[in-house]
Write a protein that binds this ligand. Structure first.
Ligand code: JCK
Length: 238
């Protein structure tokens, strides 16, 4: 899987991708990330990327030309790629969309704007307009990193043998169970006895109950399509 990121702040992307699961996936060659500075696709000596909005209004708007030049540069190799514009107006990014991107795209271009947004005409060259959530960010870079991180976790082998994205809670349709590690007693705060019992059936049931309890409390919207067994456990909690 190859990600190409268009941004005026390449260092934001370059710094993050070196660490953790993403860093390991890059070292394993499972994923490739190339970052392009939009200022390298300008045609003036000041490398200008923004201008005042037609029709007036606060702030500046990013001009189409650097985006167009960068997209044409990438397309010159005629390889298929999905072009995704990050935007507050985009369709909501979810785990399901991350799965779809991983399954359908060998290469993705993540287009990051700044300022008050980008010239609308850029959308003529993109396949998808995506938002990571109902809050306002200062640009597309964090959203691009969210997409890269969540898609890479789904690539077989990216998480290493001991972990699997299938275990990720959003894949199962409810939130995660509580996690504990040493020490057993921290200032009187003890690890639940069941987790020390070695009874794996009891532990699994306790974890399922806790996960459903957390989901009922914080994200009842996720409680759809439960199995009859999970529904029975949930009813006990109510
Ligand atoms: N994904 C994603 C995003 C973004 C995102 C993505 C890309 C860019 C490029 C620039 N900005 C800054 C910005 C901030 C607010 C507005 C809307 N305002 C309404 C009245 C005047 C402007 C427009 C742009 C971006 C923000 N924000 N939140 C998400 N989930």
């Amino acid at each position: 899987m190859k990600f190409e990121v268009l941004t005026i702040f390449p260092e934001i992307i370059e710094c993050y991708i070196k660490h953790g699961v993403l860093g390991k996936a890059l070292n394993k060659g499972i994923v490739e990330v190339k970052v392009y500075n939009l200022r390298d696709f300008t045609s003036d000596k000041h490398k200008k990327v923004d201008d005042y909005p037609y029709g007036g209004g606060a702030g500046m708007v990013m001009q189409i030309e650097p985006f167009y030049n960068a997209i044409m540069h990438l397309k010159a190799d005629e390889k298929p790629r999905k072009l995704v514009l990050l935007s507050p107006q985009g369709r909501k990014f979810t785990q399901k969309l991350a799965q779809k991107f991983m399954e359908e795209s060998k290469a993705m271009v993540l287009i990051c704007g700044r300022y008050e947004g980008i010239d609308e005409r850029v959308k003529a060259f993109v396949d998808e307009e995506v938002s990571i959530g109902d809050y306002v960010l200062s640009g597309g870079e964090l959203a691009a990193l969210v997409i890269i991180d969540s898609v890479v976790r789904l690539i077989p082998g990216a998480l290493g043998d001991e972990l699997s994205a299938v275990e990720d809670s959003f894949m199962k349709g409810f939130l995660d169970y509580p996690h504990y590690t040493r020490p057993e007693d921290f200032k009187g705060m003890k690890v639940p006895e069941v987790l020390l019992s070695g009874d794996h059936k009891k532990i699994a049931l306790w974890r399922k109950r806790q996960a459903l309890k957390n989901t009922l409390k914080n994200r009842p919207d996720l409680l759809k399509n439960l199995s009859p067994e999970d529904m029975r456990i949930l009813k006990e909690l109510c």
